[in-house]
Write a protein that binds this ligand. Sequence first.
Ligand SMILES: NC(=O)c1ccc[n+]([C@@H]2O[C@H](COP(=O)([O-])OP(=O)(O)OC[C@H]3O[C@@H](n4cnc5c(N)ncnc54)[C@H](O)[C@@H]3O)[C@@H](O)[C@H]2O)c1
Length: 347
Amino acid sequence: MTQMTKIRMGIVGAGTWGETHAYIYNDHPGAEVTAICDMNRERAAALAAKFNIPESGIFTDHREMLEHGDIDAVAIVTPDFAHTRIAVDSANAGKHFIIEKPLTTTREEALEIVEAVERNGVRMMVDLHSRWSPLFAIPKQSIVDGEIGEPYSAYYRLNDIKWVATDLLPWAAKSSILWFLGYHSVDVLRWLFNDEVERVYAVSREGVLKQEGVDTVDIYQTILEFRGGGIATMENGWITPNSNPNVNDMKLNITGTKGMFNIDPTHSQMMERFTETKADRPDMLVRHFIHGKPKGFAYESIRHFVDQLITGEPFFVTMEDGFNTTMVILAIMESAKTRTPVNVQYM
Ligand SMILES: NC(=O)c1ccc[n+]([C@@H]2O[C@H](COP(=O)([O-])OP(=O)(O)OC[C@H]3O[C@@H](n4cnc5c(N)ncnc54)[C@H](O)[C@@H]3O)[C@@H](O)[C@H]2O)c1
């Protein structure tokens, strides 16, 4: 595609993150949103109105959007369990797509997407946006430059406050904190170790969220063994008290053979806001607006998708990254259920 062509995007899923996507495409000089699809028509129409998309660009079925929409590429931003059909149908329609994490939630569906993408020769990227965060991109470069030697051991806690499971995601019980946050954790660790996970040992606990009416596991603690010998401990839960001033509670230590990184964005108190009713720490990293323009690493990854579609350069995140991360999460779930170490099954 030439620089002059605007990539026409169709967004499927007009929820919280679908809106985030719309802001980026709207802001990107090489892209525009031309279609919004949501099974809930009101939601599709509300997002379309916000971005001046005409009635003809509103859809309630992604297959109709693929057939009649004025689009070059698709953003798949439906709940975790509803990605596969849209991805496969998009590929079969010859449309490139960006798919929100997780790629999918079963091995069979992941294989189905890979097959459809390869058979149709379309381009796809999984939105593993942590790779655009300075919190991980700086350690990554340092590791590549040899400053901390070989990554040897890591501890990564990435939790959410309860509100995410009880209020933000109406479909939390149909997903898992592993798909929602653990997916980012696994991807970051794979990236920093530059290696694949061989075996996992996981333990989980449930009951706190069940008592609040959300039938999902509260928390997982997992040990990951990498093929090259590196080890990592990972925690993912969504029972952090709602009074935590950040939605995420994150800490990462990565120790190499010659040095280490300590990362603690949650409790660093770089900026605190106090009003008559609340105290919190405004997000300065993930997504925010400066002079009316969307900023933050969640925006950078989506911009990257458009940039690389325009230039034809490869995406920083490959389909294999999404596939392998899905396989690691499935192994963690099995390990927690069977209370045994599980070898990750890849292709
Ligand atoms: N990259 C990130 O860090 C990040 C952050 C938040 C959410 N997400 C991911 O984005 C996706 C959406 O999350 P959200 O918070 O926006 O959810 P949401 O519940 O706010 O919105 C999802 C929307 O999809 C619609 N929908 C469901 N099934 C559909 C279908 N088959 N066809 C058309 N529309 C359908 C729903 O009606 C809803 O409006 C999830 O996979 C989530 O994990 C990623």
